[in-house]
Ligand binder design. Structure first.
Ligand code: GLY
Length: 372
């Protein structure tokens, strides 16, 4: 039976999104600044989270207006598919929560075609010498980043696993597993802490260096990257059955669970000097919680409850201590996310991916078993 607080939280989310969906419409919110969600262009990596959140609510309420907005967002993404310069590895995030979700929920064949096309383009970013999926395109004239891989990409792999299942062609899954194995070798450290960025020589594939990225330093422990690793490795285990991915997800989960403050919501980096501000990153908490729920299902009856109980405590704290429910002057659901501390961007604000994974976590507690 679903716990009372989960139903209560779900109804608060539904009420609030009922209000904000009319305001935000078929657009791509990212961070809420001074109470208002700032909209991004459709090619930004966060484009899938708002439609993804609406799909989850529609699935429960059958509210056609939410489905309509999600479908409009999906259609707006079409022009990005043909933009070579804008498409990067985050097409997994973007089309998993739009086209793939639409196909899974409604059987829409156009959505399936879109998802397969995007999976094919994502496969094209695989570097066969380094066994990694290239993360980004150059950020500015002369920027050379063809050797960069980032931990977030673990969440882009499910689109590839799905494409192999759907088509019977193993190439997508082969590349995804090679990338996941590369992450085991170069990203996840002995103690379960995780690098954000690893650079390879893109010609030879040799490891070049580790980079701090959105974390404090190369050997600190960026919380959201930790969350992507827990969830991404659990997903790779789900799609492949390979025990090493399950073990990796557990190792990183142990690191995170043993570094949480009292309210169970992580600081933006879990290994920072005392003089650095310890803002929370509620989005990392929400992502980790949803991932821990999956890990809890996979880890079996003895170990599973450890992860599930941690996830429930995190989601409950997000609901009680970080949720913004009745306030009409705030678009975001979950306060106190940190987007990119080293660049001082979107610090201590609601983030659409924090909102999405919080709602996904609640949906899982209510019995939703769909997978990213
Ligand atoms: N994928 C970028 C981030 O987590 O901020």
């Amino acid at each position: 039976m679903t716990e009372k607080w989960v139903e209560e939280a779900w109804s608060k989310v539904s009420e609030k999104v009922g209000r904000t969906s009319a305001k935000i419409g078929a657009n791509f919110p990212h961070a809420s600044i001074d109470g208002k969600y700032k909209l991004e262009a459709p090619h930004w990596w966060t484009a899938g989270f708002w439609p993804g959140l609406l799909w989850l609510l529609h699935r429960d309420s059958q509210d056609e207006s939410l489905k309509g907005i999600a479908e409009e967002c999906e259609a707006k993404l079409d022009k990005v598919i043909t933009d070579y310069y804008k498409l990067d590895h985050d097409m997994g995030f973007m089309w998993t929560l739009t086209s793939l979700t639409n196909y899974k929920f409604t059987g829409n064949e156009d959505s399936k075609r879109r998802a397969l096309l995007v999976a094919t383009i994502l496969l094209g970013r695989f570097n066969v010498n380094g066994n990694y999926i290239r993360a980004w395109n150059p950020w500015f004239e002369g920027n050379e980043n063809s050797g960069w891989a980032i931990i977030d990409c673990m969440m882009n792999l499910p689109l590839l696993y799905w494409a192999s299942e759907e088509t019977g062609d193993p190439r997508f899954k082969n590349a995804a597993m090679k990338h996941a194995d590369m992450v085991l070798e170069y990203f996840i450290r002995e103690d379960g802490a995780v690098h954000h960025i690893v650079r390879f020589d893109s010609a030879t594939g040799e490891h070049a260096e580790n980079i701090g990225g959105q974390g404090y330093a190369p050997y600190s422990a960026w919380s959201r990257g930790t969350a992507w690793a827990i969830y991404g490795m659990a997903l790779s285990y789900h799609y492949t059955g390979e025990e090493r991915y399950l073990q990796a997800s557990k190792r990183v989960a142990h690191f995170l669970l043993s570094h949480l403050p009292e309210d169970m919501v992580p600081h933006w980096d879990m290994r920072i000097p005392d003089d650095v501000p310890k803002y929370r990153d509620s989005s990392a908490g929400a992502i980790a919680a949803s991932g821990l729920l999956l890990l809890g299902e996979k880890a079996g009856p003895v170990e599973g409850p450890l992860y599930r109980d941690g996830a429930v405590a995190m989601l409950k704290s997000l609901y009680e201590n970080y949720g913004d429910w009745e306030n009409e002057a705030e678009d975001g659901l979950i306060l106190h996310g940190t987007g990119h501390y080293p660049e001082n961007s979107n610090v201590d604000v609601p983030l659409i991916y924090g909102d999405y994974y919080f709602v996904e976590g609640l949906a899982r507690l209510k019995g939703y078993d769909g997978l990213f």
